[in-house]
Design a protein around this ligand. Structure first.
Ligand SMILES: Nc1ncnc2c1ncn2[C@@H]1O[C@H](COP(=O)(O)OP(=O)(O)O)[C@@H](O)[C@H]1O
Ligand SMILES: [Mg+2]
Length: 339
């Protein structure tokens, strides 16, 4: 089957299933790099705010004990800001960029310099990202945490090379993406970023092996090598014996493990996980977080977006955003003492 047939087959499957499977970020750019499709893609990635409001039955159990994810906790923010001010000597949030001590002197993998994303709504401007400066280094496990509406999805779209900032610079391994065109951004994200989504986004009609092969297929890796590499990743997440099964035959936690295997298959420089436990119960969430920790211990750089402090605390470093600004950037250990 040709690549084009494969993409068409997937598209047909997607419409047949009537599911919002958007894996265009994994597809080759020339078929999807027009403005409309990249907007769809960004909209899709913004879905976590929709998902925030539409809770699944699985989430309902946990929800009653959870604090309100929309209302900002002003006392907490004031405490975090005061701690940052004391640590950096600056009263401007996000002015001084945090560098973990084990990475001092290294070139950052991701560099965000004074990132603004401003949406115009009629005569009003929404500063979704309001001057964000952050450096992330190879081998880190960072959580970006904030309430709904704080600017996480906007920041994730920029970090994931799905969108460009209104102003500011964003460099991935020294390459400036801020002024890249859609097809250049698509090439960057196909090569350098492995995505893990809240809803797994596996192709329902393909078996697990073919699902994990996908990024390798789009990278033009020969078939035999694709299978070999994909199988290794399935082994890594403990699902090699189920390679011929379809996603629907698995539990949510297992499907998320397959999607982690898929994200790893292309050997990307960054694993970007958007609310990876958002659709899972707390026990399964712990297992998935365990896998993210494990792949980080193996040397992968992981950036995880979440609205939940208890999930964020599983990372080594936490960036808290509020109103589009960084109000805390530091170790998870220090963060835990402040919230
Ligand atoms: N495409 C858009 N057009 C206009 N406003 C937007 C758009 N996307 C996000 N926003 C606004 O930007 C702010 C941050 O949104 P978002 O990044 O989705 O936050 P989060 O993911 O933390 O919930 C919100 O006020 C939101 O309404
Ligand atoms: Mg969001």
């Amino acid at each position: 089957m040709s690549l084009k047939d494969f993409i068409n087959k997937n598209k047909t499957e997607k419409s047949q299933e009537n599911e919002s499977l958007k894996i265009e970020d994994l597809t080759i750019s020339d078929t999807t790099s027009d403005d409309v499709s990249s907007k769809d893609e960004a909209d899709h990635l913004n879905n976590d705010s929709t998902a925030d409001t539409e809770s699944t039955s699985l989430e309902n159990e946990a929800e009653e004990e959870e604090p309100d994810e929309y209302a900002e906790n002003h006392d907490e923010i004031a405490k975090l800001k005061a701690a940052q001010e004391a640590a950096s000597g600056s009263s401007e949030p996000g002015q001084v960029v945090f560098i973990p001590k084990e990475h001092i002197g290294e070139l950052p993998l991701l560099e965000l310099h004074d990132i603004y994303k401003i949406y115009k709504m009629g005569s009003e401007e929404v500063h979704a990202n309001d001057g964000i400066s952050v450096n992330i280094f190879k081998g880190e496990f960072v959580a970006i945490v904030g309430k709904s509406g704080s600017g996480k999805s906007t920041l994730m779209n920029i970090i994931g090379a799905l969108d460009v900032p209104t102003s500011g610079k964003y460099l991935i391994s020294g390459q400036d993406t801020s002024s890249m065109k859609d097809d250049e951004l698509a090439a960057i994200r196909n090569k350098k970023i492995g995505f893990v989504f809240q809803q797994y986004n596996l192709l329902p009609k393909d078996n697990l092996l073919d699902n994990v092969c996908l990024p390798l297929l789009y990278a033009g890796v020969p078939k035999a090598e694709q299978k070999e590499r994909a199988m290794k990743q399935l082994e890594r997440v403990g699902l090699a014996d189920k390679w011929m099964q379809k996603p629907a035959q698995l539990s949510g936690g297992q499907q998320q493990r397959v999607s982690i295997a898929r994200a790893l298959a292309g050997d990307p420089e960054l694993i970007l996980a958007d609310e990876p436990t958002g659709a899972l119960d707390s026990k399964t969430s712990k297992q998935v977080l365990g896998f993210l920790k494990e792949i980080n211990e193996d040397g992968n750089t992981v950036v995880m977006i979440t609205h939940d402090n208890s999930i964020a605390l599983e990372a080594k470093r936490i960036i808290r955003i509020s109103d589009g600004k960084v109000v805390y950037d530091g170790t998870a250990e220090d963060y835990a003492k402040l919230i």
